[in-house]
Design a protein around this ligand. Structure first.
Ligand code: SF4
Ligand code: SF4
Length: 159
């Protein structure tokens, strides 16, 4: 039997903080060896740590992510997974990958965490609806979104 890899997960700070995402779908698929945790790991990986990104780095300082990466690296992880929200939403992700790869060439960098049946565009649309209507990630995941809330430009406090 192959050895389980020790991994870290980095999530989008906007999804985690502004949308109160407790990462339940990420953790469910990690625990059940599904999604990217199955696709990229022969054996169920061991989660050493999970951390949000450092927030918007601006175009001036994408290296801001490195303090978060270092926090995970100290626990001798071999792989970092970037959460699905980060893959769908983050305009800096490819730059982050470039910077992290330069400093830690032996660490595997994987885009994705839980299994998903929606496209990046659909994820961005859900995020847009949630932000416009002051919904959180649980409202999206559990389907507590009304048809009115899906209409462009309609905010809950304008109803
Ligand atoms: S969009 Fe990117 S930089 Fe901005 S909070 Fe999300 S992961 Fe961090
Ligand atoms: S990928 Fe989904 S469940 Fe995981 S942290 Fe992002 S929004 Fe939450």
């Amino acid at each position: 039997m192959s050895m389980s890899e020790k991994i870290g997960i980095i999530t989008c700070s906007n999804a985690a903080t502004e949308m109160d995402c407790c990462a339940a779908p990420c953790l469910r698929d990690l625990n059940q060896h599904l999604g990217s945790f199955k696709e990229h790991h022969e054996s169920p990986p061991i989660l050493a740590g999970m951390i949000t990104c450092a927030g918007c780095p601006t175009l001036a300082y994408p290296e801001k992510i490195m303090r978060k990466v270092k926090s995970l690296i100290e626990y001798k992880i071999s792989t970092i997974h970037f959460s699905c929200c980060m893959v769908s939403l983050c305009p800096f992700l490819n730059k982050y990958i470039e910077i992290i790869s330069e400093e830690y060439p032996d660490v595997r960098l994987i885009k994705g965490t839980h299994a998903t049946t929606i496209s990046h565009e659909q994820f961005r649309e859900y995020f847009n609806i949630a932000c416009r209507n002051h919904l959180n990630m649980n409202d999206i995941i559990k389907g507590r979104v009304t048809d009115d809330q899906k209409k462009p430009g309609l905010r809950r406090d304008e109803e």
